[in-house]
Write a protein that binds this ligand. Structure first.
Ligand code: XMP
Ligand code: MG
Length: 179
C-alpha cells in the first residue's frame, strides 16, 4: 500500500477556504457570479467554498478528465459541456481541485468562452507548479505545492481516497512503482 504523508490538515483547509470565501465575496460584490465546479475532483472543495462565499451565486458543474487510472495527464483532455445555467454576460469562477499541467483549465476556458461570459477566472484548491505546460495560474488558490501526487478532499488516485477530509502526498515505495 502507498503511504499517505500529510500535506494539509482538515483544520488548515477550513481556515484557507474561509479566507478564500471572504476574498471572493469582496471581489465579486454586486456582480452576477456563477461558480462552475469541475467534476469529479472539485466536489468537496466546491461544497465548502460555496458556504464561505457570502453572496448570491449560481452553481453548475462541468466534467473534465485526462488521467484515467494513472498519475500523469495524458494531455488529451475530455470536456463534457453539460452546463444547465446560462452564463452569458455573467462572471464565471471555475472551481478546480488542482491545477497541474494547466491543460484541463486551458481547455475548459476555451469551451466556456464560447458561451460569452463577462469574465472567467480560476480558483484551485491546490496550485501544483512543477509540471505546468501553460502560462496559466489560478486567480485564487488555497495551497501551492511544487510536486507530488496529492489525494484526499476530493482528489483521487484510481478513484480512491476522495473521501479523506485532509490532503496527503501519496508516496509509493520503489517496489510498488506507479501506474
Ligand atoms: P492538469 O494537468 O490538466 O490537471 O492541470 C488537472 C487535473 O488533473 C488531476 N490531477 C490530480 N489529481 N492528485 C489528483 O488526485 C494530483 O496530484 C493531481 N494532479 C493533477 C485533477 O483531476 C485535475 O483536475
Ligand atoms: Mg479534476
Amino acid at each position: 500500500m502507498p503511504e499517505l504523508l500529510p500535506v494539509l490538515s482538515k483544520e488548515e483547509i477550513q481556515e484557507k477556504v474561509a479566507r478564500l470565501g471572504q476574498q471572493i465575496s469582496a471581489d465579486y460584490k454586486d456582480e452576477q457570479l456563477v461558480l462552475i465546479g469541475v467534476l469529479k475532483g472539485a466536489f468537496v472543495f466546491m461544497a465548502d467554498l460555496v458556504r464561505s462565499i457570502h453572496l448570491p451565486v449560481e452553481i453548475d458543474f462541468i466534467t473534465a478528465s485526462s488521467y484515467g487510472h494513472c498519475d500523469h495527464s495524458s494531455g488529451d483532455v475530455q470536456v463534457q459541456d453539460d452546463l444547465r445555467i446560462d452564463i452569458r454576460d455573467k462572471h464565471v469562477l471555475i472551481i478546480e481541485d488542482i491545477l497541474d499541467t494547466g491543460l484541463t483549465i486551458q481547455r475548459l476556458i476555451a469551451c466556456l468562452s464560447c458561451h460569452q461570459p463577462r469574465s472567467i477566472r480560476v480558483c484551485a484548491c491546490i496550485d501544483k507548479t512543477e509540471r505546468r505546460q501553460t502560462d496559466l495560474r489560478p486567480d485564487y488558490w488555497c495551497h501551492r505545492a511544487q510536486q507530488g501526487f496529492l489525494v484526499g478532499y476530493g482528489l483521487d488516485y484510481a478513484e480512491q481516497y476522495r473521501q479523506l477530509p485532509a490532503i496527503y502526498h501519496l508516496q509509493f515505495s520503489a517496489s510498488e512503482g506507479k501506474k
